[in-house]
Design a protein around this ligand. Structure first.
Ligand SMILES: NC(=O)c1ccc[n+]([C@@H]2O[C@H](COP(=O)([O-])OP(=O)(O)OC[C@H]3O[C@@H](n4cnc5c(N)ncnc54)[C@H](O)[C@@H]3O)[C@@H](O)[C@H]2O)c1
Length: 248
């Protein structure tokens, strides 16, 4: 198998592709031969990412705008994979934050998946949704965590429904990844790398992009309804348990 061309001839749409994990995913899939639809609410960011790729189209897409999703995704000639990645920014007002996380992180993903499904059924394609370790363990932000947890359930339910069509649906739950969303927190990231992460570092956008590429590719042909943690061991290891037990 030619691993350098897992996506040759395939079209992949990434939401929030103008920055961080979405941009790294676009670069990774493009390097593996895909035609990228780099979408973002920030059209200029999408343009910057797409301009550096061999075969990519930048498009403005706000995942809270259902009509725009239906128009853009519904109107595509073909689609082989959808990567639900956009990060809806947090706001201070709790009610507004809940609305945004439910409308964007949760319902935006549902609407993108629905619009993509007729295409994916035709191509026996795949959906990869970016969740978070917040979906599994408490790390703060009620609304974001609840929305990400709900996405895990949606991933499994949708996967069951569309399996007979040959469409696969999976989720990745990343740990802390150094992206523009974390800018200004360099000191905290270094402390986390040292004290919280068993592998001794926080994640890079490329760590997550590699997992997206795997789950979207034919290498994962028998994987669906699963959530893959890509978290440097954060949730699987309690680094302090032995130390406390032994040291008191
Ligand atoms: N960075 C981390 O530590 C981390 C950890 C766990 C999960 N994640 C998840 O990874 C994904 C990407 O996060 P990131 O850190 O790369 O973020 P980022 O801020 O670097 O990029 C997010 C992109 O989403 C776009 N966006 C914002 N609102 C949008 C909307 N309404 N519609 C479309 N696009 C929109 C932004 O313009 C931006 O380009 C998110 O789903 C996030 O929850 C990130």
């Amino acid at each position: 198998m030619d691993l350098t061309a897992r996506f040759a001839g395939k079209t992949v749409l990434v939401t929030g592709g103008g920055s961080g994990i979405g941009a790294a995913t676009a670069r990774r899939l493009a390097a593996e031969g895909a035609h990228l639809l780099v979408t973002d609410i920030d059209e200029e960011a999408a343009q910057r990412v797409a301009a550096a790729l061999p075969d990519a189209t930048p498009l403005r897409l706000d995942i809270t705008d259902r009509a725009a999703i239906d128009r853009l995704i519904g109107g595509l000639p073909a689609l082989h994979a959808l990567v639900n990645n956009a990060l809806v920014p947090f706001v201070d007002d709790p009610d507004e934050n809940w609305r945004r996380q439910l409308d964007g992180t949760l319902l935006g993903t549902v609407h993108c998946a629905r619009a993509a499904l007729p295409h994916l059924a035709a191509t026996r394609g795949a959906i990869v949704t970016i969740g978070s370790v917040n979906a599994e363990v408490s790390f703060g932000d009620h609304a974001y965590s609840a929305a990400k947890a709900a996405l895990g359930s949606y991933t499994r339910t949708l996967a069951a429904e569309v399996a007979p069509l040959g469409v696969r649906v999976n989720q990745i739950n990343p740990g802390t990844v150094a992206t523009p969303a974390r800018s200004g927190r360099e000191k905290g990231l270094a402390a986390l790398a040292d004290r919280a992460y068993p592998l001794g570092r926080v994640g890079t956008p490329d760590d997550i992009a590699a997992a997206v590429a795997f789950l979207a590719s034919a290498d994962a042909a028998w994987i669906t309804a699963t959530t893959l943690r890509v978290d440097g061991g954060l949730l699987g290891v309690n680094r302090h348990f032995r130390e406390i037990l032994d040291g008191g």
